[in-house]
Design a protein around this ligand. Structure first.
Ligand code: CP
Length: 527
């Protein structure tokens, strides 16, 4: 059991459990109160020896960067160095990889905390995995990585300050929240983080207010529903205010033109109109509404226009200022000065179901050969892969056979393959490999390429072992895997030389472990 947060990474909001998030909010409340009462807050300061806090922003930022710089300076002293890394003058410009760069920086302190903003998605997850290996090789303490916004993926520390601000408005009552998310819900990473961040509330009602072109991606909406949230959708503020049940918390985002394609940009005026608040809407708001915004606002076309700045519904200024306090506490936790009164080592790891299932062998069976079957010769020793893509068309079955051969490197071996109709009328494929035994690792690979296949190990003319293989819960370690998101750090165009890994969700989709883009089974293979 451990109760510290040293070496933890916050790549997505779910990297902190709900209990851990609530702990951070309670500590932030305590710090704010103590500060405002003029009490001693030194217990929050990092006391560990030779700690380096690196602020690395490879994408522009004002609030996140400066609030982190100031929060880091709260901790700075004889034990803690604060470094603002100048990415434009670094070896990034000489095509150095993220992994090499951060590995080097890790060497300059006994313990490091990195705050990282990038256009590419999944960078912190990559660094967590790869720089830990560097640290282990060099006997350095495993560093912490904090995602300060990665592309259109997530912005977990913004989520922490948003939720903290909602809690303040709710007097720290976590029983219920009703909020409207308004604006560019397609590209807005801060609204994507809400899908999990709002789980601190026991009951959640979310109104999504955005035109179709900027709608929240389906997989996030589905996740909200899976989380038990009530979700309603509206195409504009106008439409939203035509009904009675209006939320008291409105969370606006700006239109992220820099991430939009030409097709969407052509309609930008109409889209902006749909999510920009107008004077005439004021009288239709219920009592006590607060508006929030992660900021920045567009100076010419703010979705929250400046005439609202002086009204009591302005909640975005308090929200932005909370960023400083929340980030101090996060650094306190990851820097070891705050420990939890509960076990912090428990992670939500789902048990892997068994996907290679041994099947009882009927002795005397000779391979898969049956009387009258065309094309297959019985083999004395070796492996027969059977039931390939059963039920699919002959073209699909043959494509799967080719895929198996390619990924398992079964080209220059004595072998035969074919397609035949089984007794139930369905087509299925086989590959016969005389004198060649598949290893357990190869069978695992086969499970990822061609689930629901049967593997027969033939010895001395009869089946010695037989396995039915199912789709594994995680698919990784093959050079043929590709994430379809062009901004994912694993995409080969970014040159990080890392293969993606995919986790199968309950719906059978494959989620990239770096950028969390969902894929169908076919989409993960670049063959
Ligand atoms: N909210 C936010 O991320 O703002 P910055 O881009 O200025 O950091």
């Amino acid at each position: 059991m451990r109760n510290d947060f040293l070496g933890r990474t916050l790549a997505v909001i779910e990297d902190l459990s709900v209990e851990e998030q609530m702990f951070l909010y309670e500590k932030t409340r305590e710090l704010k109160q103590k500060w405002h009462n003029g009490e001693d807050v030194s217990s929050f300061k990092i006391k560990k020896r030779n700690v380096g806090i690196y602020i690395v922003f490879v994408e522009p930022s004002t609030r996140t960067k400066e609030s982190f710089v100031n929060a880091a300076k709260f901790h700075s002293g004889p034990n803690v160095k604060v470094n603002v890394f100048s990415s434009e003058h670094s070896s990034f410009n000489k095509q150095e990889s993220y992994v090499d760069t951060f590995s080097m920086l890790t060497s300059y302190s006994d313990y490091s905390i990195f705050v990282v903003r990038t256009k590419l998605e999944g960078v912190c997850r990559l660094l967590e995995r790869k720089v830990s290996e560097f640290a282990a090789r060099n006997k350095i303490e495993v560093p912490s990585f904090i995602n300060a916004g990665d592309g259109k993926h997530e912005h977990p520390t913004q989520e922490l300050l948003d939720e903290y601000t909602f809690l303040e408005q709710n007097n720290f009552d976590t029983s219920f929240i009703h909020l409207a998310l308004v604006g560019d819900l397609l590209h807005g990473r801060t609204v994507h983080s809400k899908v999990n961040g709002l789980k601190i509330f026991k009951s959640v009602k979310v109104d999504l207010v955005a035109p179709e072109e900027l709608a929240m991606p389906d997989h996030y909406v589905e996740k909200m529903k899976e989380n038990g949230f009530e979700v309603r959708t509206f195409s504009s503020i106008e439409e939203y205010l035509k009904q009675e049940d209006v939320a008291k918390i409105w969370y606006f985002t700006r239109l992220q033109l820099e991430r939009m394609g030409e097709d969407i940009l052509e309609k930008v005026h109409k889209l902006r109109e749909a999510v920009t608040f107008k004077k005439e809407f004021l009288e239709r708001l219920p009592e006590g509404v607060k508006f929030y915004h992660p900021l920045p606002r567009h100076k010419l076309y703010p979705t929250i226009p400046n005439f609202l700045d002086h009204l009591s519904l302005n909640g975005w200024e308090t929200q932005a200022r909370n960023g400083y306090w929340v980030r101090i506490v996060l650094l306190s936790m990851f820097g070891g000065s705050i420990t939890a009164p509960f076990d912090t080592s428990k992670r939500n790891v789902e048990p892997e179901d068994d996907f290679i299932i041994p099947v009882p062998v009927v002795h005397g069976n000779k391979g898969v050969q049956k009387d009258g079957k065309r094309g297959i010769k019985p083999i004395d020793n070796g492996t027969v892969i059977d039931h390939i893509a059963k039920g699919k068309s002959p073209e699909e079955i043959y494509a799967t056979i080719l895929k198996i051969r390619k990924i398992l490197h079964l080209y220059d071996v004595d072998s035969a393959d074919g397609i035949f109709r089984s007794s139930d009328g369905n087509f299925k494929g086989y590959i016969s490999l005389p004198s060649r035994y598949l290893s357990k690792r190869e069978i695992k690979k086969l499970a990822a390429i061609s689930p629901n296949t049967t593997v027969n190990i033939i010895k001395n003319c009869s089946v010695a072992e037989k396995y039915r293989i199912k789709l594994p819960p995680t698919i990784y370690g093959f050079e043929e895997l590709r994430c379809k998101n062009e901004y994912c750090i694993t995409n080969p165009v970014h040159g990080e030389n890392v293969s993606p890994s995919f986790v199968r969700n309950k719906k059978g989709q494959f989620i990239c472990e770096y950028c969390e883009t969902p894929h169908s089974f076919e989409e993960i293979w670049s063959i």
